[in-house]
Write a protein that binds this ligand. Structure first.
Ligand code: SF4
Ligand code: SF4
Ligand code: SF4
Length: 614
């Protein structure tokens, strides 16, 4: 699927506009000369690297080649983003009616009789030149780059056996922007591919970064010389996922965690978010969608954590509080109480606080599972082991760059100490020389380690809503319902909706992922046109399995595999409803009282306020 939003289109890299136009000119020329490029979709036969291939006239050559297991390099093309054809690495040789041309395969569609060669000497030489031009003013300190060994620019340079660049560009040295709690921006490694701008502006509609200045001085920064921390950035990290180099990375907390692990007298606790188990294996070469829960817990113990708790339990607690709140709002009779919007995602919360600060009453007051667990670990658990919370160092293992920002919000002060993303945890495991693929399994610790299938599915889009509905429907119907799979809100569509009949209530629900979709829903609410009663919003495409701290790339194909791992975990659990979790029941009985009690509100809920940005 290709997004067609065109916010701030006039600010697109001038080079990319030029090359894009050139490619269209080429296509137009071919069209005029031969009349073979078809407008209406139909099947076309082409010759691809000597083999006859049947394809649709609406496909692009780069995608046809991929289907035929031929990987063509690309640096500006990324899943879901508009094609700009500006890096020119994907060039191929195209022959039509005896005439040969070099074309960009990301923007060229097949025509009858077309002969396409993807790796001729001429193509490889052109690719090398284009890559060397990109490298000419690039910081080439690869071993000390945060993306070392995970960088597309580095991979293609190696694939094309680039040893040096024949173009000696003047290197511009720019200070690294470390102002944000979540994102590190290093212009010295930027190749101006434009993916981050498209992601931030077209998909997320945040417009935190743009192309500034011209020619040699071009940089990708927030507008008017502001830093990332001062900008509208909501820390979602979707630009980090899209960036093919080390120019945008997560802000690392690894050294802080190593220091804490080596501080005598401290109790080191880790909690791991639902999605990590479905993605961490990829950092060690395992296939997407392998559940590595046991290895992950074992690795954390080997690193030196004294206790490892499961954030899935925090998700179960979020659900009982959220379902309580939803039923209260649904039955209150007050029109402004609905729709209620989930608040597990700190990037969405900051987005709402910045752009829809007059609609904050629609946000559930429940904390995210991470913040709920942090609160309980520093109160209930510290109390149960008779330790001063100050002696506990809590490290949250999250899919998410925005969680680094969340733990620094003043209302969560003194709770979680550090957040490591999936990618950072993998780096730490490698630094400790742990053979992740071959280590055995270990179980979570109790009492904060027991969870249900409802907690597991929090990691993918639609999961929070599905988990909440399982509990809310049981409570409204006053039954133990058996049909608990809400399949209509699963899948990768960025907006999913359904109407449910529950205990005489007709409930319209919506599930949105990406902030562009969130914006559309919020505009409807603002103008009083929303038909929904309950909405789930997650900032990242696919939900947390596609979070800014996950291993890249996060293509729809990979995200589907990660989602399947979580759905499988849910289906194999004996308990699949949050309110049936014995650990939740015990916690309320022992410590929190009733669902929605005064203590539960103090420890498990929060409030929101307008956020300013420059
Ligand atoms: S983290 Fe998200 S909001 Fe911030 S610049 Fe990147 S894409 Fe934009
Ligand atoms: S920061 Fe990364 S994604 Fe953005 S233009 Fe530079 S290289 Fe491309
Ligand atoms: S969707 Fe998940 S990973 Fe992405 S910002 Fe929200 S909480 Fe973080």
């Amino acid at each position: 699927m290709e997004e067609k939003h065109n916010h701030k289109k006039e600010e697109v890299h001038s080079h990319s506009e030029h090359t894009h136009e050139q490619t269209h000119e080429h296509n137009h020329e071919l069209h005029e000369h031969y009349g073979h490029i078809n407008n209406a979709e139909h099947k076309v036969k082409i010759i691809l690297n000597g083999k006859e291939v049947l394809c649709s006239s609406d496909e692009y050559l780069i995608d046809i080649a991929k289907r035929e297991n031929i990987e063509i390099p690309r640096l500006c093309l990324y899943d879901r983003l508009e094609r700009t054809a500006n890096c020119r690495l994907c060039i191929v040789e195209v022959e039509l009616n005896g005439k040969k041309r070099i074309m960009t395969s990301c923007s060229t569609k097949p025509a009858v009789g077309m002969i396409v060669s993807t790796h001729t000497s001429k193509v490889l030489e052109h690719r090398r030149i284009n890559l060397e031009l990109l490298l000419a003013n690039h910081d080439l300190n690869c071993p000390i780059c945060p993306k070392n060994l995970h960088c597309d620019l580095q991979k293609y340079s190696s694939d094309l056996m680039i040893k040096d660049t024949r173009f000696n560009g003047v290197r511009r040295i720019t200070p690294v922007d470390e102002s944000s709690r979540s994102i590190r921006r290093d212009d010295n490694r930027c190749i101006l591919c434009g993916r981050c701008i498209k992601m931030c502006n077209d998909i997320q509609t945040v417009n935190a970064i743009q192309q500034n200045f011209r020619g040699f001085n071009t940089v990708i920064t927030p507008p008017l010389g502001h830093t990332m921390a001062e900008s509208a950035c909501v820390n979602c990290g979707q630009c980090v996922i899209a960036c093919p180099t080390g120019a945008l990375t997560e802000k690392s907390d690894i050294q802080h965690v190593i220091d804490a692990l080596n501080t005598p007298g401290k109790i080191l606790i880790a909690q791991t978010a639902p999605s990590i188990r479905a993605t961490l294996g990829e950092c060690f070469g395992m296939d997407p969608g392998q559940n590595v829960t046991g290895k992950m817990v074992n690795a954390l113990r080997m690193i030196g954590f004294h206790k490892v708790f499961d954030t899935d339990l925090g998700a179960d607690i979020t659900i009982v509080e959220e379902a309580t709140e939803f039923i209260k709002r649904l039955t209150s009779g007050k029109p402004n109480d609905l729709p209620m919007i989930t608040t597990c995602c700190p990037a969405w919360i900051k987005f709402g606080e910045q752009f829809y600060f007059d609609q904050l009453n629609h946000m559930s007051t429940c904390r995210s599972p991470q913040a709920i667990m942090a609160s309980l670990i520093k109160t209930y658990y510290a109390n149960s082991i008779q330790k001063d919370p100050k002696d506990i160092v809590l490290v949250d293992i999250m899919p998410c760059t925005a969680k680094k920002f969340e733990i620094c919000r003043p209302e969560f002060k003194n709770e979680a100490d550090f957040v490591l993303t999936t990618v950072e945890l993998a780096k730490l495991i490698k630094e400790m020389n742990i053979d992740f693929v071959n280590i055995g399994n270990s179980d979570f610790d109790n009492p904060l380690g027991e969870s249900t299938g409802a907690g597991a599915i929090f990691g993918h889009t639609g999961g929070v809503m599905e988990a909440a509905l399982r509990t809310a429907a049981d409570w409204l119907e006053k039954k133990d319902l058996q049909n608990i799979d809400y399949k209509e809100i699963r899948g990768m569509d960025t907006l999913k909706e359904a109407t449910l009949e529950i205990a005489g209530h007709k409930i319209n629900i919506a599930v949105a992922h990406t902030l562009g979709e969130a914006r559309k829903l919020m505009e409807e609410i603002k103008t009083g046109k929303s038909k929904y009663h309950f909405i789930e919003i997650m900032a990242c495409y696919g939900g947390c399995i596609g979070g800014g701290g996950q291993p890249a790339p996060c293509t729809a194909e990979i995200l589907k595999k990660r989602t399947s791992a979580l759905i499988k975990e849910d289906e194999h659990k004996d308990l699949r409803k949050s309110h049936k979790n014995p650990a939740v029941i015990q916690l309320y009985k022992e410590y929190l009282g009733e669902y929605g009690s005064e203590r539960a509100h103090r420890l498990l809920h929060t409030s929101y306020y307008p956020q300013e940005y420059k």
